[in-house]
Design a protein around this ligand. Sequence first.
Ligand SMILES: [Zn+2]
Length: 382
Amino acid sequence: MSLQGIKVVDVHAHPFRESTTPESPVSFLRKLSLSVIPEMFSSLEGIEKHQPYPGSNMWIQILLRQMAAYYSCEEDLTAIVDKRNQKAKDYQAYTKELFQDVNLVGAIMDFGYPQPPINHAEFEGMTGARIWEISRIEPIMVSLAEMNISFDDFISRYRKRLQDDLSDNQVVGLKTIIAYRSGLEVLDMDRQAAEKDYETFVQDNRATAKAFRDYCFHIAMEACTEADKFMHIHTGIGDGEVVMTKASPSFLLDTLRKEKYKDTKVHLVHGGYPWMEEAAFIVSILPNVYMDISLQNPFTGHGVERVISQVLELAPFDKVMYGSDAFTVPEMNWMGVRLFIQCFERVLNDWVEKDYMSVEKAQFIGEMILYRNFEKIYNITV
Ligand SMILES: [Zn+2]
């Protein structure tokens, strides 16, 4: 069986800016890395012929090799970056070419990163794909707190802002990165404690301010429930700021199984990697909770094959969606699809070979995760 040419919707990625200034080998490597520390890649001098670039990993290795094959050039960073710089002179044409090459027809994008936000219509025009948005709650919390208003005033304006954002047709839900700030062990609403922590948050919007953040999380869950839209929750690792000891999706279970959230649609972003089995278990027991395989795809490189296999040990086939978390250059969106399809085909062909299923069923499952589940879950046809 083959998934080549099947249309793809990416349910978690970020928009990126047009950038026609040529990349240097080092600046290109930096754009490919999850590292928040720019010194991670600094000098490529004195590297021997077959030596990996210092700080590079399997994802970068696979990307460079497949880019070299795509451009028919030598697998050499300078040669590859030269070729892509040529192409990127017409950034829009290059982006469209890469999206079309892998039939990437749509994406849910988190416009909360980068800041200041990128224009939706312009970005859509640049990619040629349909783009839907999720609205991140944290920048809203920050902008309202900067107004130095009372806690009650804050809460009523915050609630109104969420409702307004959710009423936009292009917005499919809200998103929280509470895992980066105070962790996923969200406690019940405690108004008094939240008001106290609000004062701390006003002084420093990166502060933990846990009771305040938990309170805002619940309001966002309520707003999504009312609007019948999706609450996207960052789970698992991400950038270097993550509260790693409280980032596993298991911390969310008590909140998600509450009676008041039984109809709330929840999307576990990044499927909790490296705790994806926990996410797989959660989506297998809660009817309105879904997960994607983004970030772990493509940034774990060859590991994507293992991850897909592991997630589908327990997760129902109709609860998992394709994602990339691509965030800087169109090569990331392109490689996300390519690597995922290569790995997924191996997993599915193995199941066919072992006679767990027919070729046709394997094909259908492939299509479900690439776009059919998105269409069904989000009620959007692409
Ligand atoms: Zn992301």
